[in-house]
Every structure is written in C-alpha cells, then in structure tokens.
Design a protein around this ligand. Structure first.
Ligand SMILES: [Zn+2]
Length: 360
C-alpha cells in the first residue's frame, strides 16, 4: 500500500533541498542515502547522476527514472498545502518537476518492500541537469545500464497520461558581429549588430509553426552603451519538431534569417548548431506503452496517449535502445510560481507505478 503521508513527507523534504540545474550536489547525496536505506546498490557517476539497483527479482531489469534538478534558478522553495494540493509560497516554482517523480519512486519501492511483493530487478536512474537539454542523461554512460525498458516519471496531465512521442530539438547559439563607431559623431562608420539581430529575429518564423513544430528565441544580450554603435550581440534559441524534416527546414530558416540580415548591413554571424536530442515515437503496442495503458485501466484511470512538445530523458534513453514510457505524476503548471500538485494525484501515480512494477 502506498503510504500517503509518508509520500507527502518525502516530497516536502526533497522540495526543501535546493537543486537548480548545476547545483544538485546536496540533492544527489540525499538520494544516495535514501536509496541505500532501501538496500539499493547505489552509485553516483562523475556527472552527478545517481543510479540505484535492486538486482534480486524475476525477469528483465526495469528502469524507474526521474530527474533531481529543478528548472531555472529558484531556491528556498517553501511548499504550502491548501485543500489537498501542494503549492509553493508563490515566490518560486514548486519543483514538483521532477521531485514528484523522485518521491514517487522512493515511496513505491519502499511500499513494495514492506509488503514483500515480487518484482523484477529494478534500476532507479535519477539524472541531473535535465532541464537544460537533457544534459545529465546524455552524459550518463548508458552502456552500464542493465534495463532495456522503463518508466520515466516526468509528465503532467491527469493520472493515466502517457507520453509516447516527443520531438527532436536543435539548439542555436548565434553571435552577430557589426562594427563599433561613435553613435553621435560618425554613426555611418558603424554596423549595428543589434539592428541585424532585430531584423533577423523579426523575419524568422517563431512560436508555434505547426502541430508538431515550435521555435523560440529565448536569450539576447549585447551592446555596451547608448552612444556606441554595438558590434556584438549574442542570441540563443531553439527549434523542436516531432518530424525531423520539418525541424531541419525550421532550423535552416532561422539560420538564413541571420545570414540575410547580416549581409544586408555588412555584418557577419557565427553560429553553433547542436542537436540536443532526437525524437522518438512508441506505438500503442510497444510493451511499455501497452503495460502503462493496461495498468492505468486496471486502476480506473483513462489512458491518455500524449505527443509531447518537449523532450525528456526518455529521448536520450530511446537513442540508447532503452524504451521508456513517460508517465504523469500529476505535476501542473510547472516552471511557474503557480506550479502545484494534488496529493491524490501523486498517490495515484505511485499506485500506477506499483502496478507497473508488479507486472514485471
Ligand atoms: Zn521535468
């Protein structure tokens, strides 16, 4: 039986440990201790990812995964419970993305041990730096993982929501170079890098491109003073699509917009393009998807297959030949100060996970 108050307590304790991307040290140490207390064989790789194994059991290894980092730079998170729902105090995110997943994995393993239930060999993989392009999972040495299938607890939506498809993402880093000049006495000798960047960004397709393709310019910085024609602007953006041909076309359009604008004004651009992760799509009859649907139905939850607009560690695991379904923990409005999670949803997600583990 999933112990509701213990699950909530675990979640609140994890939320109280700051772990924004790149600062997961304390959280990693805490998780190692918690998994060790559950008799897990725990290792932490050189990147900070924590892996715990319970090799005893029948059948094939099963992975349970979540990420320990939280989005942005928020620290000092103060959870508040109102009417069965856990919120932050409104000043920060809650960090239920993805500490709800971590807490659910801990509680589910503990409860199945208490009941002495049979289970397959289990491998818990808790990654770092998921929120900045699945960094921890990418660096993790997947060849050392035992499981070839698993469940990633890192989605929102009603319990029963299963992400079976997610996009590829390209990351774009652009530096626009112009030419410095005094803005008052000889502006005609300058080439304004901010102007080039502005025209490029205004000209390119952004936002929702179609049902499976999106693009964003998220960071722009440059210039030094109002009386100097700026000679350098740095821009970071991204494009995503569940269709790789569409992604290629979108990325090319963004690159071309920068090149065209630079050419028009006599500036130049340097660009770094990187595929952050690749798309995956699992059919309804893929074993992890079929099991997740059947287990949801058995518990009375309507299975909802969802094509995500965002990547998850499951994208990286899929590239390494590990099939994962991403399932809902009940987290809602993540990455905002309104983020919250209903206690009932978190409990039901744990019950769902327990049912999935029981299926072997
Ligand atoms: Zn997440």
């Amino acid at each position: 039986m999933i112990n509701e108050s213990r699950l909530v307590q675990t979640f609140l304790e994890l939320v109280a440990i700051d772990s924004p991307v790149g600062h997961e040290e304390a959280m990693g140490a805490e998780l190692m201790a918690r998994f060790a207390a559950l008799d897990g064989q725990v290792v932490r790789d050189e990147h900070g990812n924590v892996i715990a194994r319970w090799p005893n059991g029948q059948g094939d290894w099963l992975m349970l995964s979540a990420h320990m980092d939280t989005a942005g730079a928020d620290v000092g998170i103060k959870p508040r419970i109102r009417d069965g729902v856990i919120y932050s105090d409104g000043a920060t995110i809650l960090g239920g993305d993805d500490k709800s997943g971590v807490a659910i994995i801990l509680e589910t393993i503990r409860s199945l041990q208490e009941q002495g239930l049979a289970h397959p060999p289990l491998e818990a993989v808790i990654s770092v730096s998921e929120e900045v392009g699945l960094h921890g999972a990418r660096l993790l040495d997947k060849s050392k993982l035992r499981a070839r299938r698993g469940y990633v607890l890192d989605a929102g939506g009603p319990i029963g929501t299963i992400v079976n498809s997610a996009p590829s993402q390209d990351a774009l880093r652009v530096t626009v170079f112009g030419k410095k000049a005094h803005a008052g006495s000889e502006p005609e000798r300058g080439v304004n890098a901010i102007r080039i960047a502005s025209e490029a960004i205004a000209a390119m397709p952004l936002g929702r491109i179609d049902f499976e393709t999106t693009a964003n310019i998220g960071v722009i910085e440059g210039g030094t003073a109002t009386n100097i024609v700026p000679d350098e602007v740095r821009i970071r953006g991204e494009a995503r699509s569940r269709n790789n041909d569409k992604l290629a076309a979108q990325t090319v359009a963004m690159v071309a917009a920068f090149q065209d604008a630079a050419e028009r004004h006599g500036g130049r651009v340097e660009m770094k393009l990187q595929r952050s992760y690749n798309a995956y799509k699992l059919a309804e009859d893929a074993p992890v998807i079929a099991a997740a649907m059947a287990a949801a139905r058995k518990l009375g939850f309507e299975p909802i297959l969802h094509a995500s607009g965002g990547g998850a560690d499951a994208n990286i695991f899929a590239e390494a030949g590990i099939q994962c379904a991403v399932i809902s923990t009940g987290m809602a409005e993540v990455h905002t100060p309104q983020e919250h999670i209903a206690i009932a949803d978190m409990v039901n997600s744990a019950r769902w996970l327990a049912e999935l583990i029981a299926r072997g």
